[in-house]
Design a binder for this molecule. Sequence first.
Ligand SMILES: N[C@@H](CCC(=O)N[C@@H](CS)C(=O)NCC(=O)O)C(=O)O
Length: 228
Amino acid sequence: MATGRPVKVYLDLLSQPCRAVHILLNAAQIPHQVHTVALRRGEQQSEDFTKLNPMQKVPVLEDDGFVLTESDAILKYLCRKYAVAEHWYPRQPERRARVDEYTAWHHTNTRPHAAKVFLLEVLFPTRSGSAVDEAALARALSQLDRTLDKLESMFLRRQPFLCGDDITLADLLAVCELMQPLGGGRDVLLGRPRLLSWRTRVRSALGDAFDDAHAVLYAVRDRRKAKL
Ligand SMILES: N[C@@H](CCC(=O)N[C@@H](CS)C(=O)NCC(=O)O)C(=O)O
């Protein structure tokens, strides 16, 4: 049962899995405190943070002394522990299994493939000062294309959200990854009407929680645009 004490989360909102956690906390109105861990400053390697998470990664949740890493585990824990609306992580076994099916797939498909586009187009060139590796980017985009095909042909084939008629935590993990290349000015969903309508539905189901979580990413995009 919830203790009444706000749950603590350690996040950097430029990180996709952190945004998914942030959105759920806000959209489901779970009392929480955000502690920012600035990855660009290497704060994940500090002694204190390493004690909390020896993996030196965000997100991390701390709930009354209980420490949990991995966005997938954190999202599911929050849904089980707090009185969130049933649709986020349905209790009915088959519907819950659909969410688990997507989240298992997500970590070897949507996540690495969308993240790689952002890394190649934004993060690596910014850190090294060198030009984008166009050949590697083309390969990453074609891998991502195959993932987007599967999202449309399997998960969104006959339903408005990835795992059924209503939004679940699976949509949060997916949308945050698919937004990431926007940091480099690239909307990877352009030309894909089914995914575009899904993103519009997700965004309107989330209200301000969506744009609040993405404000840092929009700022990265806008700063880069201003430099061109
Ligand atoms: N599988 C983890 C991935 C966590 C992860 O890769 N976090 C990245 C940011 S997106 C991080 O903290 N990177 C810092 C580093 O590797 O130094 C999850 O879903 O929570």
